[in-house]
Write a protein that binds this ligand. Structure first.
Ligand SMILES: [Zn+2]
Length: 245
């Protein structure tokens, strides 16, 4: 994640970029890396550390000013990044795998064919080659999708029953979506993100209720929010939690 600010003034380039140095602002410390570049930027690295990349010779005061102007963005970006990383650990023996809001521990054993099942805090997987994580990952994705299909259909039927207005269960599609949890088409079809099966049940229900509201109010206008408040009185708190995933 990156915030970029155009360089304000032309600066004579120093001959050699200096070594990265550690700095800190009021909220966090960061590394400054001077490079042959024209703009200054702030990055959140994979381990959650901050790194400023600045043109060679860029003045300290400008660096401080730039970082201070991006503190709120930076802290939010880091939190989201760390959440996502924790949430999407690569498949490996003992790794975490989220299912319905629980961090299950993957236990991969040798078996004749692929089987997966939740057993308390474990997600037990049997696979012909337990060390072939790529193959386990592929099969596990199919398992997640099958769970999602079953669970979402059940939750959708339940949410329709609890909806403040009479509503027939709409057709449901499952997709992998990068930026959205759900959507509702003009012809009343609801699409849900397969990955949502990793979320806590109350968040799944909230997304479904949100999409059901769109069957009556297509846009996010005041009437939409009135209906959503009727369907899910605590939706603001749920929305706040959902944003962290
Ligand atoms: Zn919406």
């Amino acid at each position: 994640m990156t915030a970029v600010l155009r360089r304000r003034r032309r600066i004579e380039p120093a001959p050699i970029p200096t070594e990265p140095t550690e700095r800190s602002c009021a909220a966090f410390s960061y590394t400054v890396r001077f490079q042959r570049r024209k703009t200054i930027s702030l990055h959140v690295l994979n381990d959650g550390a901050f790194e400023v990349r600045a043109p060679v010779g860029y003045h300290d005061e400008w660096i401080n000013e730039f970082v201070n102007s991006r503190t709120v963005w930076a802290l939010g970006a880091r939190e989201r990044q760390l959440q996502r990383q924790q949430w999407r650990q690569p498949v490996a023996q003992g790794a975490e795998s989220w299912f319905l809001g629980e961090a299950l521990t993957l236990q991969i054993e040798r078996g004749e064919r692929f089987v997966a099942a939740v057993d308390g805090e474990l997600l037990r997987v049997r696979a012909p080659d337990p060390e072939d994580y790529a193959a386990v990952d592929r099969r596990l994705r199919l398992w997640y999708r099958a769970q999602a299909a079953h669970i979402f259909a059940e939750r959708l039927a339940d949410c329709c029953k609890r909806f403040p207005r009479p509503v027939a269960v709409p057709p449901l599609a499952l997709r992998k979506m990068r930026r959205r949890w759900g959507s509702c088409s003009r012809d009343g079809r609801i699409t849900l993100n397969v990955d949502m099966v990793r979320l806590p049940p109350e968040l799944i229900d909230y997304v479904i209720m949100h999409e059901l509201c769109h069957l009556f109010e297509f846009n996010h206008g005041p009437r939409f929010y009135r209906l959503q408040s009727e369907a899910v009185p605590n939706w603001r708190a749920l929305e706040e939690r959902l944003r962290r995933f």
